[in-house]
Design a protein around this ligand. Structure first.
Ligand code: HEM
Length: 421
């Protein structure tokens, strides 16, 4: 870490309870004061909260690196702050041109055309999830975390019997406080099991490929050679972890907002074609991935401040989303007809979300089907529980709701059956 004074200095910590209590107000105050500022929290880092600085930094991989740099003390996961001590995820923890080798494989795997073939599966799973809840008249909508988990597991071809364990693991990782029993269980017991299962599947698909995502990835070449099992794991694990919590966070927050705004919910029920545009606004205002980090690779002047090689920087997508041109004069209003809506909820630049083509239809299907099948649901706002910290991932741990009971679409099938070996 370089020593020396960095200016302007602010009192800010994206992982603090003060920030989590009202992230919108916290970022607004920061933008008003200094859209690029230094904080001493976590060993010191730059906070980029204005749209232009976030946009420019994310598009300059040479200056703002996503990779690990031992010489600069970045030995854990470089894109989180503080760095998490975990295995490497590809391509999100590499810079171009290295990252492009893996990213081009992902781009071939997740095209809109390929995703369209998954739609019947996505729709059926969403209906089966709602079936699990609909007869009782009350439910916790946070169980819908399971939808992106089961869809991703099915599509990739990892053992389907583990779908609920994947869902619970990612929910715990995002929502349980570090140090809690839930977090310990997830890291010490679930993670080794799920890692072993995915690694076993990778080895099996190399020997006997099937029509699934893991077979596709593991049989690709990097620089003309076979992809290693470790590389394949780094990609597959990122595809699972990148999509489960984020998509569930988006739908959870949107469902709460729609309960608070029944007129808007009714508008979307009567005009389902409006959901596409509404979803972009939900992405902008709820920004499931609030902020990710980079390492500054050279002494430089950036948007009026002096940065030094080795400095860490936090790119606050959520804050940029309330500052960009399309946010207009009313960035905090939720306008489900806002268009254009060039938000940064999926990031921007070479690492822009590789899964957005899948995230959008999953989230749209969940929201549309709940509105259609539970049109009068109300969330018990007093009993909702948010993640313990909102600095990186934001969302609800619990979304208790009531609704008029309805009928199952698949009365003879159940999600639990899929958990059998
Ligand atoms: C609402 C849902 C989602 C949100 C808000 C979201 C957000 C993001 C963001 C902000 C990034 C940029 C990371 C960076 O610049 O460092 C990203 C990257 C990524 N996301 Fe998503 N994501 C979502 C869903 C998904 C899904 C469903 C998948 C997988 C199927 C996925 C896979 C990835 C991958 C692989 C990357 C890394 C791309 C690269 O490094 O080139 N995401 N996502």
């Amino acid at each position: 870490m370089n020593t020396g004074v960095r200016e302007p200095m602010v009192d800010f910590d994206h992982n603090s309870p003060e920030h989590s209590a009202d992230t919108v107000a916290s970022y607004r105050a920061l933008r008003d004061k200094a859209p690029v500022a230094w904080t001493e929290a976590w060993g010191g880092y730059w906070v980029l909260s204005g749209y232009d600085p976030v946009f420019d930094a994310a598009r300059d991989d040479d200056l703002f690196s996503s990779a690990r740099h031992e010489d600069l003390g970045v030995t854990g996961q470089a894109i989180t702050l503080p760095q998490k001590p975990m295995h490497i995820h590809l391509p999100i923890e590499l810079d171009p041109p290295e990252s492009q080798k893996y990213r081009s494989i992902m781009n071939k795997l997740i095209t809109p055309r390929r995703v369209s073939t998954l739609m019947p599966m996505i729709e059926k799973y969403v209906d089966m999830f709602i079936d699990e809840l609909i007869e009782s008249g009350e439910a916790d909508f946070s169980t819908l975390t399971g939808v992106p988990a089961i869809v991703t597991i099915t599509w990739l071809g990892a053992p389907l019997k583990d779908w609920r364990r994947h869902a619970m693991f990612h929910r715990a990782l995002l929502a349980e406080p570090v140090g809690s029993e839930g977090y310990r269980h997830a890291i010490e017991e679930e993670l080794p099991y799920l890692t072993a299962q995915v690694k076993r599947t990778i080895a099996e698909r190399r020997r006997e490929p099937r029509e699934d995502g893991i077979s596709f990835v593991v049989n690709q070449k990097i620089d003309g050679r076979e992809m290693t099992d470790e590389e394949a794991f780094g990609m597959i694990e990122l595809l699972i972890s990148g999509g489960v919590g984020t998509t569930a966070s988006l739908t959870g927050q949107a469902l709460v907002w729609l309960s608070e705004h029944p007129d808007q919910r009714e508008l979307l029920r009567k005009n389902p074609e409006m959901m596409q545009t509404a979803l972009e606004e939900f992405l902008r205002v709820f920004s499931p991935t609030q902020a990710l980090s980079r390492t500054v690779m050279a002494d430089t002047e950036f948007h009026g401040v002096k940065m030094r090689r080795g400095d860490r920087a936090l790119l606050a997508w959520a804050s940029a989303n309330r500052d960009g041109a399309d946010a207009g004069d009313s960035p905090d209003d939720v306008d489900i007809t806002r268009s254009p809506n060039r938000h940064l909820a999926f990031g921007v630049g070479s690492h822009r979300c590789a899964g957005s083509h899948l995230a959008r239809p999953m989230a749209r299907t969940i929201l549309s089907k709940i509105i259609e099948r539970m049109p009068d649901y109300t969330v018990d706002l007093e009993r909702t529980v948010r993640f313990s910290a909102q600095g990186v991932n934001t969302g609800y741990l619990s979304v208790p709701a009531r609704f008029t009971p309805g009928e199952k679409v698949y009365p003879n099938e159940s999600l639990s059956e899929l958990e059998r070996d």
